[in-house]
Design a protein. Structure first.
Length: 436
């Protein structure tokens, strides 16, 4: 994790002390249930929780020192706890295996991370909706292949983003549910030395469901789906960031990132106002997506268990969630403060001499009885003159002067096809679909 791209709440989930605290809770809950069942003395669980009630500081350095000898992190932790608690600690981990602790802990962390990310998405959705409503009817040019197509509104651009991130939120809720499982099943997952009711108890206490068949490890298809969803969210972030970057280009300049007082855009050129935040978001999205393929490859483990997934998850768990959390926060700030220039949008919309209305004339000619091919040819021959004049000529005037066109369409009908408001008659319908 890089502090520059980290926020405290998400980073805290992945701190070593936070991880060890989850380990302890799992072990202590299991000891309590085993005590109730008579597998271990009831005093074992009580001793653990009595020590915990003093709110002890987890000595990460001391645990690391033990691990340097044992070469096993869970054993090092158990040894350290035993040093603190005393003889009753020997009943910890009865019938359990390391994966019971490690896998359940990872899922607790991913659930906590998902909760933060869902809240992030809610904040982003609120910002997008506010700006979409603000510019619901602000005309702008829609582009396909980067070329002027037909008019849209800036509000519709943002409504699309809102719908996309709403889908992402729904996906993340499902991925959170899918990864929220607990396994306390012992070696190779047979429950030979730990009763399934212990798993049920620990799962309830940790806010998780039970893993139906754990084979010693929780199946990694769950995690693959989780990280795949993070990758999709990252791609949606990049999509919106790239849109802002294009709109901020000097030749377009329909919107741009907020430029704060005292901010400097270039060490060499004082005039520069660069889209640094959205460029950064593109880079962060790449990092989040880089976790997806390793998560997919973690699904295939040897037999009941191996640890080829372990090193991967120690990286991608913190890195992907911390990076995505930061990126969502940054994108929310970009949208919230985005500078939007309706006058420039109108200027760009009018730049090519009315070419954006060509389809309406084409359709009117077909409705007047001409074949589609003839209609297309008549409109295109005039449109190309406007294109080649770089918008200096007017498509409307050329069409009105074209005898073949006016033979099929009265001048007033041609003029009506250049009405900008025509394109926005269903904006309310689209907004109702998106925002309710």
């Amino acid at each position: 994790m890089v502090p520059r791209y980290s926020r405290p709440a998400m980073s805290a989930i992945w701190e070593p002390e936070a991880r060890y605290r989850i380990w302890f809770e799992i072990e202590a809950h299991a000891a309590v249930k085993m005590g109730e069942m008579g597998t271990v003395p009831p005093s074992a669980g009580k001793a653990l929780w009595d020590w915990w009630a003093t709110n002890p500081k987890i000595d990460v350095a001391a645990i690391d020192a033990i691990e340097a000898v044992t070469k096993h992190d869970v054993i090092a932790f158990l040894d350290w706890v035993a040093q603190q608690v005393g003889p009753e600690a020997r009943f910890m981990h009865q019938g359990m295996t390391s994966s019971d602790v490690l896998d359940t802990t990872l899922n607790v962390q991913l659930v906590k991370a998902a909760d933060i990310l869902i809240a992030d998405l809610d904040a982003l959705l609120a910002a997008i909706e506010r700006r979409a409503q603000e510019h619901k009817y602000t005309p702008t040019i829609g582009r396909s292949h980067g070329i002027h197509a037909e008019p849209v509104t800036f509000g519709l651009k943002l409504a699309q983003a809102h719908a996309e991130f709403s889908r992402n939120r729904a996906r993340l809720v499902l991925a959170r549910e899918d990864v929220a499982t607990c396994a306390i099943s012992g070696a190779v997952g047979t429950f030979a030395n730990v009763d399934p009711v212990v798993e049920e108890y620990v799962a309830e206490k940790m806010g998780l469901g039970i893993e139906p068949v754990s084979t010693q490890v929780i199946p990694r298809d769950r995690h693959a789906m989780f990280f795949a969803v993070l990758g999709v969210i990252a791609s949606s972030i990049e999509r919106l960031a790239v849109e802002v970057r294009h709109l901020q280009r000097t030749e377009v300049l329909e919107a741009e990132e907020y430029f704060s007082p005292g901010q400097k855009g270039s060490s060499a050129m004082p005039h520069k106002r660069n889209p640094i935040l959205t460029e950064n978001l593109t880079g962060l999205a790449r990092l989040v997506r880089s976790a997806v393929v390793p998560a997919m490859e973690n699904v295939a483990l040897w037999h009941e268990r191996d640890i080829s997934h372990s090193s991967v998850e120690r990286f991608i768990g913190p890195d992907a969630t911390i990076t995505l959390d930061f990126a969502l926060g940054r994108l929310t700030g970009v949208i919230d403060k985005l500078l939007i220039y309706p006058a420039r949008m109108q200027k760009n919309l009018d730049r090519m001499g009315g070419l954006v209305h060509s389809q309406r004339v084409l359709l009117a000619l077909t409705q007047a009885g001409l074949s589609r091919d003839d209609s297309y040819r008549l409109v295109q021959r005039n449109a190309m003159k406007v294109w080649e004049s770089d918008g200096e000529l007017s498509l409307l005037e050329l069409l009105k002067a074209d005898a073949d066109v006016t033979a099929a369409l009265p001048v007033e009908v041609i003029e009506d096809k250049f009405n900008l408001d025509y394109h926005f008659k269903h904006v309310d319908t689209i907004f109702a679909r998106v925002f309710g």
